[in-house]
Design a protein around this ligand. Structure first.
Ligand SMILES: [Zn+2]
Length: 187
């Protein structure tokens, strides 16, 4: 598969969800292609790639573990008081946000259409805040977290943003790796 086709597939595919994460990918990448394209990536983005794009849902546990480890430290540094079960809910809601359909404003790029590259902040799509996915409503997010939507604090929101940032970072690493591994086959 050509890298451009593979990338197109990666950015437009959405998992067919039953329940929260129960569905299997309907348009998943062949594992041989994936193994080649993902070789050399660190373990966190690798687990994410296999979960998100190859349809290996058993990787979700490892994804959740990595996110939880990262965010527990973040919460400690910021001295937020968040219950473990709430934190777990925020992690799941953030993963859920990334399996949403592609944002209609930026077509999944996460970048604001027609912006000049003078100011980095101005480049980020204002609708999805750079995630490239349709944003989750606060009500929906709180339902996944298991709290009332009025109980969603600014600390909860900071944690959500940090998780979305981390997953975006994994996705950039994945795309970069794919270009690197498959670029030589483009011609
Ligand atoms: Zn967007």
């Amino acid at each position: 598969m050509q890298p451009i086709k593979l990338l197109a597939k990666l950015t437009t595919k959405t998992l067919n969800l039953t329940g929260t994460f129960g569905g299997s990918g309907q348009d998943v990448i062949d594992w041989r292609t994936a193994a080649h394209a993902l070789a050399g990536l660190p373990s966190c983005p690798t687990n994410w790639a296999y979960f998100r794009y190859v349809g290996e849902e058993t990787r979700l546990n490892r994804v959740v573990r990595s996110l939880t480890m990262h965010i527990t430290l973040f919460v400690k540094i910021r001295q937020y008081k968040i219950k473990p079960e709430t934190l777990n809910g925020i992690v799941l809601a953030s993963v859920y946000e990334f399996v949403q359909p592609v944002c209609g404003e930026c077509d999944g790029s996460g970048l604001a259409p027609g912006q000049k590259a003078t100011n980095l902040d101005a480049l980020i799509c204002t609708k999805c805040h750079g995630t490239g996915r349709k944003p989750l409503s606060n009500r929906r997010r709180c339902r996944i977290i298991g709290i009332g939507h009025k109980s969603y604090t600014s600390a909860h929101d900071e944690v959500t943003k940090e998780l979305l940032r981390l997953i975006s970072e994994w996705e950039s690493a994945i795309f970069k790796n794919i270009r690197l591994k498959m670029g030589d086959e483009a011609a």
